[in-house]
Design a protein around this ligand. Structure first.
Ligand code: FAD
Ligand code: SF4
Length: 481
């Protein structure tokens, strides 16, 4: 194990971020690189406890605990402490195809289940993960690994998000010929066109895609399966198909004024901005927040990404409306360790908004009731009312407006960031398939499904897990083993 007394000697520290004042002026990543001594000390805090929960990835009382892909966390913490970085990288890649993504964007459920967290601050697991793989690339240890033998079987993976890429990687490693079809012009799914550059630099996504291509995976972009290419054609060309099309139907807000100009889904805004940054052709992003009052409806992570993007566009003000109550400051008795702690957090967007405008942009328990619209049909504001959550006879909670709390927010740009209701139905329809949460197969034996498309809107780490498991199921089908 690491240093037996490490958790008592060293305080938890996370990798430093650039100051809010500096970083809002550009689109570069938030984090600064960490030095080796810092990382070794943080690794030394891992006490290699008898029963580590950090890597379990199990559901307990309906809540996930630990790392969903069962990363061998105590092992690589120890190896980092010992200075054995290359060995740490090998252990990390055993369970995680893309640690450079999770090490940057994962909310780190592992840290919520860390045993040191029972009595103090958990080990800085996520930052160590990112440092191991970044070092692997910097040292040239990560090179294309071609399969020793090809199986002669071919698989189409539809969708190139983390689920599709993990699935393709696993199937390619065991020798199947894999083609990934993507309707966008770039590979990566939400890694490329959802999560903003400040959290995940697109060079890292492209670097991994280039590596996978060098290992033999074929990528076909600008092709929508079920539209540009018929699904029967796909089935005719491949021995199996794995659908990893994401959960992309956004939740709408059908209140009066919804049709006004200036109201957009968060993904239209974020996607357009990333394309603008990558292409460098347009002088302005397709939707700009410059000099506008911005209201973002939805207090979650996508909303936070919109806050940070609007700030970089030079918005005049930004508010984030959340219908749910503010979470508690500390764990409640109903949310014990080692569950993921459901507590109040401030993310990078809120920190930046507080720096620029002097307040956290989130207003909690606010229900939007109407969009205000001018004569030209453009949005001018959002009317909202404070709610309180009351339990019905059947035990379910619902929001009840509080009389006299009606308020109006100025807005020339409104972004809807209220999550996603599920996958677009047409791809499944064109293949005439249905599936359940019981496994990765579908009603057609040669078709599999994984990622957000199967489990609903989730996290990158869960998508990687899904892709790996669907690959196993698909490989068993192809080889009969
Ligand atoms: C704005 C935003 C920020 C997020 N930030 C984080 C974060 O910080 N950390 C985190 O862990 N998770 C985050 N998430 C969630 C995470 O990105 C997703 O859970 C994850 O990307 C799902 O992976 P996936 O492969 O299942 O689907 P996706 O990443 O959605 O990829 C699906 C791909 O399939 C393609 N596709 C769909 N239909 C077809 C078709 N018929 N033919 C060809 N291609 C098709 C789509 O174009 C897309 O590229 C965020 C999500 C959003 C929206
Ligand atoms: S993938 Fe996420 S949960 Fe797993 S070790 Fe990394 S940060 Fe923790």
């Amino acid at each position: 194990m690491g240093k037996p007394t490490g958790f008592m000697e060293y305080q938890r520290q996370t990798i430093k971020q650039r100051s809010a004042k500096t970083r809002v002026k550009d689109w570069q990543e938030l984090h600064l690189p960490a030095n080796e001594r810092f990382l070794q000390e943080q690794g030394a805090r891992c006490m290699e406890c008898g029963v580590p929960y950090c890597h379990m990835g199990e559901l307990y009382q309906g809540m996930a605990l630990g790392c969903p892909i069962n990363n061998l966390i105590p092992e690589w913490n120890d190896l980092v402490y010992q200075g054995q970085w290359r060995e740490a990288l090998k252990r990390l890649h055993l369970t995680n195809n893309f640690p450079e993504f999770t090490g940057r964007v994962c909310p780190a459920p592992c840290e919520g289940s860390c045993t040191v967290g029972l009595i103090g601050e958990p080990v800085t697991i996520k930052s160590i993960e990112a440092a191991i793989v970044d070092r692997g690339f910097a040292e040239g240890w990560i090179r294309p690994q071609l399969p020793k033998q090809r199986s002669g079987r071919s698989v189409a993976v539809v969708g190139s998000g983390p689920a599709g890429l993990a699935c393709a990687d696993e199937l390619n490693k065991v020798g199947h010929q894999v083609t990934v079809y993507e309707r966008e012009d770039r590979i990566g799914g939400l890694l490329m066109y959802g999560i903003p550059n400040m959290k995940l630099d697109k060079r890292y996504v492209q670097r991994r895609v280039d590596l996978l291509a060098a290992e033999g995976i074929q990528f076909v972009t600008n092709v929508e399966i079920g539209h540009d290419t018929a699904t029967e054609e796909l089935l005719g060309q491949h021995d199996a198909v794995v659908l990893c099309c994401g959960s992309t139907v956004p939740r709408d807000l059908p209140i009066p004024g919804r049709e006004a100009k200036g109201i957009h889904f968060a993904m239209e805004y974020l996607r357009g901005n990333t394309r603008h940054l990558l292409d460098g052709e347009l002088a302005e992003p397709p939707i700009s927040a410059e000099k506008k009052d911005v209201v973002i409806i939805g207090g979650g992570d996508t909303g936070t990404d919109c806050v940070a993007t609007a700030i970089r566009h030079g918005c005049r003000s930004v508010v984030q409306l959340e219908i749910l109550p503010q979470p508690p400051q500390a764990r409640t008795a109903a949310n014990p360790w080692p569950q993921w702690p459901k507590v109040a957090r401030s993310d990078y967007g809120q920190e930046e908004a507080a720096h620029l405008f002097g307040r956290d942009p989130r207003d909690y328990e606010m229900m939007s009731t109407e969009f205000m619209v001018d004569e030209s049909g453009s949005v001018t504001g959002v009317k909202a009312v404070q709610v309180q959550w009351e339990q019905n006879k059947d035990g379910r909670y619902s929001p009840k407006p509080i009389a006299g709390t009606e308020t109006a927010y100025d807005a020339q740009l409104v972004l809807l960031a209220m999550g996603f209701t599920g996958p677009e139905p047409q791809t499944a329809k064109s293949l005439d398939i249905t599936w359940s949460m019981n496994g990765y197969g579908t009603s057609q034996t040669q078709v599999f499904v994984a990622g957000d498309m199967r489990r609903g809107q989730s996290l990158v780490v869960w998508a990687i897990d899904e892709g790996r498991r669907a690959a196993k199921a698909c490989d068993a089908f192809l080889t009969g083993l």
